[in-house]
Design a protein around this ligand. Structure first.
Ligand SMILES: Nc1ncnc2c1ncn2[C@@H]1O[C@H](COP(=O)(O)OP(=O)(O)OP(=O)(O)O)[C@@H](O)[C@H]1O
Length: 245
C-alpha cells in the first residue's frame, strides 16, 4: 500500500480471529498526525483487540498495519504510549514516586526523569498532588495515569476507555489533557462508550461486531443519519442507526 506521509496510522483489511471467532473483520482506516480519533462500539465490538493489534501486542490474522509508514512488526515501539482500561498506579506510592517508578523503564537519567515529571505535573495541573499518595487523589488518578503514559513523549498515544467510571467534571478535565497533547502534534487514539465524548473527537470510527461501519467526523456521521432517516439526530442516534444498518 502506498504510504501517505500525513498518515501516522494506516490499517488495511485488518482481520483478527480467535479460533473460529472473528473479533476484527476486515477493517480499514487511517489516522493523520495531530488527530484525536475516537473509536466507539458496544461491549465486545472489537475495540480493545484493534488497539492491541495497532500496538503490536497481539498478531493479526491478516491485513496490514503501518505506523509512520512502517509495518507494525518492524516499528520501534517507543514512539507509542498506552493507557490500558485497567491502568494501575500504586496506591501506596505518591504521585511522584509512581511516575519515577514507571519512568525508570524509559532509560532517562534520574535528573532528566525528574525534570520531565515536573514539566508534566505543571502542564497538566497536577503540581499540588505531586507528593500525595495516589490513594488520596480521587478523580485526578486518570490524569496522573495519562501523564505516566506520556512520560516518554510518544508520538502516538492510545487510550482504552480512559474515562469509564469517572465523574463528569473529571471527564471534561481529562479531555482537556487529551487536546493539550494533540496540540503538540501528537496523535491520539481513544476508545470510549460516551457519545458526548465522541463529539470532542476530530474523527470517529464506529465498530460493531468486528466490522467498521463508519469512519469520519462526528458531523458527517450525523449528516449520513439525517440523509437516510430524514431526522435530525445527535451522535447517539447516528450510532444506533449505523448499528442497525
Ligand atoms: N484472547 C481472546 N480469545 C478469544 N476471544 C477473545 C480474546 N480477546 C477478545 N476476544 C473476544 O473478541 C471480542 C472483542 O473483544 P474486545 O475486547 O476487542 O471488545 P471491546 O470492543 O474492546 O469491548 P469492551 O468495550 O467490553 O472492552 C469479544 O467477543 C471477546 O470476547
Amino acid at each position: 500500500m502506498a504510504f501517505d506521509i500525513e498518515n501516522v496510522i494506516e490499517v488495511e483489511n485488518l482481520t483478527k480471529r480467535f479460533g473460529n471467532f472473528t473479533a476484527v473483520d476486515n477493517i480499514s482506516f487511517s489516522i493523520k498526525r495531530g488527530t484525536v480519533f475516537g473509536f466507539l462500539g458496544p461491549n465486545g465490538a472489537g475495540k480493545t483487540t484493534t488497539i492491541k493489534l495497532i500496538l503490536g501486542l497481539i498478531n493479526k490474522t491478516s491485513g496490514k498495519i503501518k505506523i509512520f509508514g512502517e509495518d507494525i512488526e518492524k516499528f520501534s515501539k517507543e514512539k507509542l504510549g498506552y493507557m490500558s482500561q485497567k491502568f494501575s498506579l500504586y496506591y501506596d506510592l505518591k504521585v511522584f514516586e509512581n511516575m519515577i517508578f514507571y519512568g525508570s523503564i524509559y532509560g532517562y537519567s534520574r535528573k532528566d526523569l525528574e525534570k520531565r515529571i515536573d514539566f508534566l505535573l505543571e502542564q497538566y495541573h497536577l503540581k499540588e498532588v505531586k507528593n500525595i499518595l495516589v490513594r488520596d487523589i480521587g478523580g485526578l488518578r486518570q490524569r496522573v495515569a495519562f501523564c505516566t503514559a506520556i512520560l516518554h513523549n510518544p508520538d502516538i498515544l492510545v487510550l482504552d476507555e480512559p474515562t469509564s467510571g469517572v465523574d463528569p467534571d473529571a471527564r471534561i478535565n481529562f479531555w482537556d489533557a487529551i487536546y493539550s497533547y494533540a496540540r503538540e502534534g501528537k496523535t491520539v487514539l481513544v476508545t470510549t462508550h460516551y457519545m458526548d465524548e465522541a463529539e470532542f473527537c476530530n474523527q470517529i470510527g464506529f465498530i460493531i461486531s468486528g466490522k467498521l461501519k463508519f469512519v469520519g467526523t462526528p458531523n458527517s456521521a450525523k449528516k449520513i443519519y439525517f440523509e437516510n432517516s430524514n431526522k435530525i439526530g445527535n451522535l447517539e442516534d447516528a450510532f444506533l442507526w449505523f448499528m442497525e444498518n
